[in-house]
Design a protein around this ligand. Structure first.
Ligand code: CA
Length: 386
C-alpha cells in the first residue's frame, strides 16, 4: 500500500519474479493434472468467452440523477471493460424487491448485487453507519482515504462476511445539506416534535434532541413531506435534491450537513456470484465500483453550485445556516450516540477504533493543508474575482 521509492524501484523485479514463479507452478500443476480435464477448464475460462449476467437491485428510483446513476455507470463500465462477458441489469427500487430489502435479497442470492447505503442496514449491522457517514465525521476525501488506504474497506468486508456479502464503495457525495424544513431552526428546541427523514447515527442524535427520526427511501420522500407524513427531510445536496423536487414542498434549506459530511454509497455483491467469476472479471467489478464511486463525487462537485443558485434565484428557496449553538448541541448528542453504539456492539467498537485513529491523523494534517488553504484563499481574495 505504501509508495516509497524503494518499493517503486523493486516492484517491476518483484512482479517479474512472481509471474515467473506462477508460470512455473502452473506448468508443473498442468503436467501433474493432464488428463483430468481440470487443466483445460482452467485455461479456457477466458478463451471460451463464457458470459455472465448479473442482476443488480437498488434502493433508488431507476435512472435517477446523482445517486441513481452510480449503478448504471457501474453496469456500463463492467460491460465495456469485459467486452460483454459480464452484463449487469439494473433494477430500480420496487421493481424486484422494495428499497429496504436490498441487503437481504443480495445476501440470500435472490440477485447478484445491490446498490444502496450501508447505514440503511444498521438494525442488522450496527457498525455499518461508519461505512456511510457519521455526524461530524470524515469528509469525502478522508472517507475514501480511510476506506482504501486506512483499513476501512477490510473492516467493512469483515462486518458483511456473515451475510455472504462483499461490499465496495459505490459513490461519494461530498458534504451534504442539513435538509429541508418548513419552519426556521433557531435553537435546538425547534427540533422537538419534528418528524424528519434522517437515517443512520444522525437519526439517533436527532431523536435524542426531541425529534422523531425515520428512514424512508428516496422515491417516497416527496409524497411523504407533501402529505405531512414527515415534517422535514434530508436527502443529499442541491443537484440531487432539486431533481427530486423538494423545493416544491419545503421552504427552508439548511446547511451545513453536520450529519453526513462525506457519505459513501455501497455496492454489495453476493460472495458466491463474485467468486463464480474468473479473476479478470472480479478485477473489473472492483475497478468499476471504484470508478463509479469517484465519478459521483466529480459530478456533484461540478453541478451542486448551479443547482443551488437555481433553487434560490428561480424557486425562492430560503437558504439558512444552522446556528452555532444548534450545531454544538448536535455534536454533544453525537458523542452520546457514538458511546452507546460502541458499548453495545463489539464490531462497532473495532471499526470505531480504526476510524478514530485515522480521523485524528487526517484532521491534524488537514489543518495545515485543505483547511489552511481554503481559509487562506478566502482571506487573500476576499471579494475579488479569480
Ligand atoms: Ca443524506
Amino acid at each position: 500500500m505504501g509508495d516509497t521509492s524503494l518499493e517503486r524501484r523493486y516492484t517491476p523485479l518483484v512482479i517479474l519474479l512472481l509471474v515467473a514463479a506462477l508460470v512455473a507452478t502452473l506448468g508443473l500443476w498442468a503436467a501433474d493434472r493432464s488428463g483430468t480435464g481440470l487443466v483445460e477448464t482452467r485455461h479456457t475460462d477466458k478463451a471460451s468467452g463464457e458470459k455472465y449476467h448479473w442482476k443488480m437491485i437498488t434502493t433508488w428510483p431507476k435512472n435517477f440523477p446523482g445517486l441513481g446513476m452510480a449503478a448504471e455507470n457501474f453496469a456500463d463500465l463492467v460491460e465495456e471493460m469485459s467486452d460483454g462477458r459480464l452484463t449487469v441489469h439494473v433494477y430500480g427500487a420496487g421493481e424486484l424487491v422494495p428499497a429496504m430489502e436490498v441487503f437481504d435479497a443480495v445476501s440470500q442470492g435472490v440477485v447478484d448485487a445491490g446498490h444502496g447505503a450501508a447505514y440503511y442496514w444498521k438494525g442488522k449491522v450496527p457498525s455499518a453507519v461508519f461505512f456511510t457517514s457519521i455526524p461530524f465525521g470524515l469528509n469525502a476525501q478522508e472517507m475514501n482515504g480511510w476506506l482504501h488506504y486506512g483499513g476501512g474497506l477490510e473492516l467493512w468486508q469483515e462486518a458483511y462476511a456473515p451475510y455472504n456479502l462483499v461490499p465496495m464503495a459505490g459513490g461519494s457525495t461530498g458534504v451534504q445539506m442539513a435538509g429541508w424544513f418548513n419552519k426556521e431552526i433557531n435553537s435546538i428546541d425547534d427540533l422537538k416534535g419534528l418528524k424528519m427523514r434522517i437515517p443512520g447515527l444522525a437519526g439517533e442524535v436527532f431523536a435524542a434532541a426531541g425529534g422523531t427520526a425515520v428512514t424512508i427511501p428516496g422515491g417516497e420522500l416527496y409524497t411523504s413531506i407533501q402529505t405531512g407524513v414527515i415534517d422535514a427531510l434530508e436527502w443529499v445536496g442541491p443537484y440531487n435534491d432539486q431533481a427530486f423536487g423538494f423545493q416544491e414542498v419545503a421552504r427552508y434549506y439548511y446547511y451545513p450537513g453536520w450529519h453526513e459530511p462525506g457519505s459513501i454509497l455501497e455496492f454489495v455483491v453476493n460472495k458466491d456470484s463474485l467468486e463464480a467469476l474468473p479473476d479478470d472479471l472480479q478485477a473489473i467489478v472492483r475497478t468499476a465500483s471504484r470508478a463509479a464511486n469517484q465519478d459521483m463525487l466529480d459530478e456533484y462537485t461540478a453541478r451542486n453550485n448551479a443547482a443551488l443558485q437555481s433553487l434560490v434565484d428561480e424557486h425562492g428557496v430560503q437558504l439558512r445556516r444552522l446556528p452555532d449553538d444548534v450545531l454544538l448541541a448536535l455534536w454533544k448528542g453525537t458523542q452520546v450516540a457514538l458511546r452507546n453504539l460502541v458499548e453495545s456492539d463489539p464490531m462497532a467498537a473495532k471499526v470505531y477504533a480504526s476510524y478514530r485513529k485515522f480521523y485524528r491523523g487526517v484532521r491534524n494534517y488537514h489543518h495545515i493543508s485543505e483547511q489552511a488553504y481554503i481559509n487562506a484563499r478566502d482571506e487573500a481574495m476576499g471579494d475579488d474575482e479569480f
